[in-house]
Design a protein around this ligand. Structure first.
Ligand code: ATP
Ligand code: MG
Ligand code: MG
Ligand code: MG
Length: 439
């Protein structure tokens, strides 16, 4: 992409409404535009990042054996009356009447609708296990929408629903989700710690939230500092192997890590003092095993091998796809701007032409651009007639991992400059060497 033909409405001034770095930087980098409180348009740069995150979520869900579907954002009140949540849900639910006076709502989550799909088509245990998921917009009329896309009213969420015959099978689905989430966050360059969360009236150790540590997080968390060292790395996982998947979950959930809702001072005090940490965290996902709560109230039953009928065991599992854009920036920025991890960056590399209009510089940039594309990369070429300082500032703000600077002095020696956004280090080398280093 040539910047002169792109739409990147960067702001010079810090927007006054933004209280935290990610919100400020998303506005300044021209990633989003607020349309109403908690409702945003995604401008080209922001949209690219959102799509990359969505793609990683899809790939990891499919790897775990889960099946993508797409449900409507609009739901009928009747479904929610069946489960009893229409009244229970409260003012976070946006309720709408259509022209015939029928009660509808903009879905804040989809347990009812997925249960309705399931009961219409699945009758036997032979169809199980099954996990259906979607990545779709949700609406929750939050009392205090804030921090940009981190707490929006309309937001993009992956919500998955597991259906199993037995409790053990359902717990395997739960574990499968935990491992697939760990891999998902890791691919984004993010450390998200599974923490025991509050399961409400159902009780038991059947829900975990995934938290990214950040001073601006809305949750208070307590953990053993050794949990931050755990990584999945690139070990192969066989998602059908219960013992293997369970062992990974154990590895990641044995050390103390809880949100304030389940925090227990007595147990926490058993952690060696120097490893006892309390901090703030951003909730980027949650997994939940709830059994037959919806299948019973909505009549989603399956036939067992002995011919009897039982309500299906369910769980629901969410990832905050749009919130992740903010969380990633909270975890990756400096005073000049964003620093994208390679896994989610909107463009792989930026090209800065120091002397636009100079025949040698222009053709070197064009050749470099072509070589990067040929290598399978997506470059952003700043071909505007701007001062070098302004071009550098834009590149630093939008945070591409690499910058290649092309100028007359370097070209005389057949060199360009390759700069890492994260380390700030620059190195002179041939254009070919720069391309090779980035791939
Ligand atoms: P929170 O505690 O932040 O209100 P939640 O527990 O109500 O979130 P869930 O129902 O668990 O949210 O939804 C799954 C995921 O969707 C959350 O882990 C979070 O990452 C994301 N999410 C929830 N509410 C919002 C929101 N208002 N804006 C953006 N993302 C959200
Ligand atoms: Mg909430
Ligand atoms: Mg929560
Ligand atoms: Mg939650």
């Amino acid at each position: 992409m040539r910047l002169s033909r792109y739409f990147l409405p960067v702001l010079k001034e810090n927007p006054s409404e933004a209280q935290i770095a990610s919100h400020r930087l998303m506005l300044r980098a021209g990633m989003i535009k607020q349309q109403q409180a908690g409702i945003y348009s995604w401008l080209p740069l922001g949209y690219k990042v959102l799509r990359r995150i969505e793609q990683i979520v899809h790939e990891e869900q499919i790897r775990a054996g889960h099946i993508p579907v797409l449900m409507p954002t609009m739901q009928s009140a009747e479904l929610w009356q069946e489960s009893g949540r229409y009244d229970a849900y409260g003012p976070e639910m946006l309720r709408i009447k259509d022209r015939h006076g029928r009660d509808m709502l903009y879905g804040p989550t989809n347990e009812e609708m997925i249960t309705d799909i399931f009961r219409a088509h699945v009758e036997s245990y032979k169809s199980l296990p099954m996990t259906l998921y979607q990545i779709q917009w949700k609406f929750r009329d939050e009392v205090r929408p804030r921090f940009g896309v981190m707490r929006g009213r309309e937001f993009f969420m992956k919500d998955g629903y597991s259906f199993d015959l037995t409790r053990e099978d359902a717990l395997h689905a739960y574990n499968r989700h935990m491992v697939s989430y760990l891999r998902t966050y890791e691919r984004m360059g993010l450390t998200a710690i599974p923490m025991r969360a509050d399961s409400g009236p159902i009780g038991g150790d059947n829900t975990h939230e995934f938290l990214v540590l950040a001073p601006t997080g809305e949750s208070e968390v307590f953990y053993d500092s050794n949990v931050t060292d755990l990584t999945l790395g690139d070990r192969e996982v066989d998602y059908d192997n219960r013992e293997e998947v369970e062992a990974i979950c154990k590895e990641f959930t044995t050390l103390y890590a809880r949100t304030d809702e389940t925090h227990d001072e007595a147990i926490f005090n058993e952690v060696p003092e120097e490893r006892r940490k309390s901090a703030r965290g951003i909730e980027v996902g949650q997994i939940f095993y709830f059994g037959t709560k919806y299948s019973e109230s909505m009549g989603a039953v399956v036939q067992t091998p002995d011919g009897s009928k039982v309500p299906v065991e369910m769980g629901s599992h969410g990832i905050g796809v749009s919130r992740l854009v903010g969380a990633l920036i909270e975890a990756n920025h400096d005073d000049k701007g964003i620093i994208w991890p390679e896994g989610v960056t909107p463009f792989h590399v930026g090209i800065v032409n120091l002397k636009q209009g100079d025949a040698a510089c222009d053709s070197a940039c064009d050749a470099l651009y072509a070589a990067l594309v040929k290598a399978g990369l997506d470059p952003l070429y700043d071909d505007r007639n701007e001062r070098a300082g302004a071009k550098f500032a834009t590149m630093d703000l939008i945070g591409l991992p690499w910058r290649i600077t092309v100028g007359p002095r370097g070209l005389a020696a057949n060199k360009v400059e390759l700069t890492s956004r994260r380390s700030g280090e620059s190195e002179e080398m041939s254009a070919e060497a720069a391309v090779a280093k980035i791939i």
